[in-house]
Each structure stands twice: as structure tokens, then as C-alpha cells.
Write a protein that binds this ligand. Structure first.
Ligand code: PMP
Length: 404
């Protein structure tokens, strides 16, 4: 027998290879490997990178989970799609937050915000469709968009205010546009978009949809909608634009991002939502059963009542804004989220953040958010880390001044 050797083949799919070769994703991936899953002694470094906890979880969170672990019936750990009590708790809580009567059956529970966004994209967009989002963005939009076979289209926010640049969004709309992603409160800028801006955005999307003869959907990424400072009230694009799919994650409100639970919600104003609901449920199964595990769903009605101490984050914000401001750093104080987005003293944010990292102070460079000249600090670092980091921040700005 004369066997022909098969042609050399790649070990991975073209899709996986394409994803892995996207420069911004390579960057994210290298930071995931560098800063997640240990390797650093968290008692000696000052870790301001990912929005991860650096304090013990509150007892109430733990006892709620422990309680939900005790089975009440033989189906307790059976396959779960959407557990009704969890959907109901989520819908009621959203109604309290936004004053919009969300229906229980329009809450689709997911394994966190990641899956909610992926699900929203695949619900309304087909391969080749364009998805517009604003820079600086959460750095994982691009891989989620690419994995769904969609085309990322990036515009910049106004750098002076960090507000959405509506003219830039309008100019980026083409016949292929299907989705605009809006993230408020915003990671990394901490900006909360005011109602007037969201109303103008809704008008723009309505007009643009008519112009291109195709409905543009808005995905509202509201992972931080409970993390707002100074008693501010959060407003969702879902209040103003009916074609909004709302993605939420409990990972921020509970500061427990390893516990994967969140949801995609359709507002009651969503046209043809009875067509969308079965499509969403089908996708959830086909995407790999992206429902939260049974334990988290049983615990959700109790967990819904729980939030980390937002006042503590606000005090950390104030401490850092004051201390860094008096050293000469420039920043807009965040209105919500976990983050401070600060200008670097010189243009090279990579060199600047590396110089901090050599002294054990870890922050993310603005280039990770496709916005050079900034760095991001996560307020989930604990008070001890904040105090220990201040001399390093001070030395770094002095050095960079000497260098110029
Ligand atoms: N959106 C934004 C803006 C985020 O910052 C994050 C988490 N960093 C997510 C979505 C995803 O949240 P989760 O990991 O809880 O799914």
C-alpha cells in the first residue's frame, strides 16, 4: 500500500488562529497570563490590574451560597435553564433600578456578562455584520465580536469629557451596521452617560436605521450599573431606545467575578420580543449551555439583595484622586465603576506602566484600551495596597519629569 502523507495541517481552526493573531487580543492574553491565576505574592505587590477582590468576601455572601447548596428537592442540581425565582428577582430589581417594568420571561440568565454580550451579538447579528463601539473600550469586546464572525468598527470618545462622540458614531454607520455597543458606567473611564446624551443617541439610531433600511440594535453593557458614586442615578439606554438588549453581570456588584452569573434582558418596549425569546433560548443551549449553574440560580433571590460596599470604593477613589492629583497626575474623577483612568506623565504609557511594575505596582497601560497616554487603576485593590503604592506613583512622576 502506498499511503500519501496528508498535507501539513494547522492544529487549530482558522477562526481560533485569526483570533489569536489580533494584536489587542494578544495584549490582553499576555496580561491575563501575567496577572491572573496567581504567580505574584499579593501581600507584597500592589495589584491595580483586573477588577478582582483583594479582601475576604463578606460573610453574608458566603452564607447565602452555603444555604442554597442544601437541596430542597430531587431536581435541585438537575439541568437548569432559567430558574423562575431567579428571573423574577432579577426582573424586579431591574424595575427598581430603572423604573421600567421588565417581565420575568424577558430575563435570560447567563454565565456572566461575557455570555450575555456574546448571546446578544449572536441574537441580532449575522457573520459579516458590523458592530460599532467606542474607544477606550472594555478590552474583550473585540474577541467576542470576532468570535461571532462579526466586524468591529471603532470610534473614539471625546477625550476631554469621555462622553460618546455621537457624530463619530453616525459617520461610522454603513449598510452593514447591525449593532452599537454602549457601556455605561464605562470601563475604563468611569463615565456615566447622561439621559440627554442617551436620548440623542436613540434619535440618531432611529434616523440611521431608516437611512440604511435596516434596524440597528443597541447592546447596553451595564455590568457596573449598581456601582455608582455620589448618590448618582444611573440611566440605561433601554429607557430611551426600544431596540436595546441589556447585558448585566453580578460579578461587579458582588465583587466575585469567578462566580459566573449575569443575564441578558429585553425591555418590555422591545418590538417582536416574542420572536426573540425562543431564538435566545436556542442560542443559549447551542453556545454550550451558557446558563449559570444551579447553585447560583437558587441563591440569586437572596444574592440580589446583596452588594459590596460601594462607599468603600468611593473612599478609595477619593483617596487616590486626591493623592495622585496633588502629585501632578491628571484625571477625570470616575462617576462609577471600579476604575480610574489617569493620564500618564509622558506619551509612552507602556514604558511608564513597566517602570511601575518593576517596583511592584501593577496597573494597565492605556494601549490595552487602544488609548495611549493613559493608565488604568482598579479600585478593587485594598487600602493597604493603595497606601503602599503612593510613594511609587510619586517617584514615577518625578522621574518622568526629570526625563523630559
Ligand atoms: N463588561 C464590562 C465593561 C466589564 O468590565 C466586564 C468585566 N470586566 C464584563 C462586561 C464582563 O463581566 P463578567 O466577567 O462578570 O462576565
Amino acid at each position: 500500500m502506498n499511503f500519501q502523507a496528508p498535507p501539513p495541517q494547522a492544529a487549530v481552526s482558522e477562526r481560533a488562529a485569526r483570533l489569536a493573531s489580533v494584536p489587542s487580543f494578544q495584549r490582553v492574553d499576555s496580561f491575563i497570563r501575567r496577572y491572573l491565576n496567581g504567580g505574584q505574592d499579593q501581600r507584597t505587590v500592589c495589584d491595580f490590574t483586573f477588577g478582582n477582590p483583594h479582601q475576604m468576601p463578606p460573610d453574608r455572601y458566603v452564607t447565602t451560597l452555603r444555604d442554597a447548596l442544601v437541596p430542597r428537592d430531587d431536581q435541585w442540581f438537575a439541568y437548569k435553564t432559567n430558574v423562575g425565582t431567579a428571573q423574577e428577582a432579577a426582573a424586579q430589581s431591574l424595575e427598581r433600578l430603572l423604573d421600567v417594568p421588565f417581565r420575568t420571561e424577558d430575563i435570560f440568565l447567563t454565565t456572566g456578562g461575557f455570555a450575555a454580550i456574546a448571546l446578544a451579538l449572536k441574537t441580532v447579528a449575522d457573520p459579516g455584520d458590523e458592530v460599532i463601539y467606542s474607544l477606550p473600550p472594555w478590552f474583550l469586546y473585540e474577541p467576542l465580536i470576532l468570535e461571532a464572525g462579526l466586524v468591529p468598527v471603532k470610534v473614539k470618545v471625546h477625550t476631554a469629557t469621555f462622553d460618546l462622540d455621537l457624530a463619530a458614531i453616525d459617520a461610522a454607520i454603513t449598510e452593514r451596521t447591525r449593532v452599537v455597543i454602549v457601556n455605561s458606567p464605562n470601563n475604563p473611564t468611569g463615565r456615566i452617560y447622561p439621559p440627554e446624551l442617551l436620548i440623542r443617541l436613540a434619535g440618531l439610531l432611529e434616523t440611521a436605521s431608516a437611512r440604511i433600511g435596516r434596524r440597528i440594535y443597541l447592546i447596553s453593557d451595564e455590568a457596573y450599573n449598581r456601582i455608582v458614586f455620589d448618590g448618582a442615578r444611573f440611566h440605561s439606554p433601554a429607557e430611551y431606545y426600544p431596540y436595546t438588549l441589556l447585558a448585566y453581570s453580578y460579578g461587579k456588584t458582588h465583587l466575585s467575578p469567578g462566580q459566573r452569573v449575569g443575564y441578558l434582558a429585553l425591555p418590555p418596549s422591545m418590538p417582536r420580543r416574542e420572536e426573540m425569546a425562543p431564538a435566545i433560548s436556542g442560542l443559549q443551549v447551542a453556545m454550550g449551555w451558557v446558563y449559570p449553574n444551579a447553585l447560583l440560580q437558587h441563591a440569586l433571590p437572596e444574592l440580589e439583595k446583596f452588594s459590596i460596599d460601594v462607599g468603600q470604593l468611593e473612599r478609595r477613589r477619593d483617596r487616590l484622586v486626591d493623592a495622585l492629583g496633588s502629585m501632578g497626575y491628571r484625571m477625570l474623577p470616575p462617576e462609577g465603576t471600579f476604575y480610574l483612568f489617569v493620564s500618564t506623565p509622558g506619551p509612552d504609557d507602556d514604558a511608564f506602566t513597566e517602570s511601575l511594575a518593576r517596583r511592584g505596582v501593577f496597573v494597565f497601560p492605556g494601549t490595552l484600551f487602544e488609548t495611549p497616554g493613559f493608565f488604568r487603576i482598579s479600585l478593587t485593590a485594598n487600602e493597604d495596597m493603595i497606601e503602599r503604592s503612593l510613594p511609587t506613583f510619586e517617584a514615577a512622576i518625578k522621574e518622568s519629569r526629570k526625563g523630559t
